[in-house]
Design a protein. Structure first.
Length: 126
């Protein structure tokens, strides 16, 4: 299944890859880049750009900074999550603080969720 995306967002996604936050870089370079199941950074999906995306597990990972904790930020994230879920994706969110203070636990949770989603998808396959 190919995901729908807005091709006009590709330059912005490339820019975000080049200017990733320290927490995004840490998660990418210390864990996701070499994870046995492939992840992509700054993946365009619909009219959004996901921080990390795993096609095989139908999983989006978002790293939320302070702008996500305003009322407007929360509403925007809620709407984005609903939209991503319409594509059959699950969204896993972590804060910058989670990455800074609990990195091993974040990695463990990602690994657990990926394996659960892969098992679930196997069970659904004919």
């Amino acid at each position: 299944m190919s995901l729908e995306y807005n091709k006009n967002l590709i330059p912005r996604a490339k820019e975000l890859r080049k200017n990733a936050t320290p927490q995004e870089n840490e998660l990418w370079y210390k864990f996701l880049r070499t994870f046995p199941v492939r992840f992509q950074r700054q993946k365009t999906i619909g009219n959004s750009i996901a921080d990390f995306y795993c096609h095989e597990a139908h999983l989006v990972i978002e790293i939320d900074g302070s702008q996500h904790f305003t009322p407007e930020g929360r509403e925007h994230d809620k709407a984005r999550t609903i939209t991503l879920e319409t594509f059959g994706l699950s969204v896993l969110r972590f804060t910058n603080h989670d990455i800074d203070a609990h990195f091993p636990a974040v990695c463990q949770q990602i690994q657990t969720v990926v394996h659960q989603r892969l098992e679930h998808r196997k069970e659904e396959s004919p």
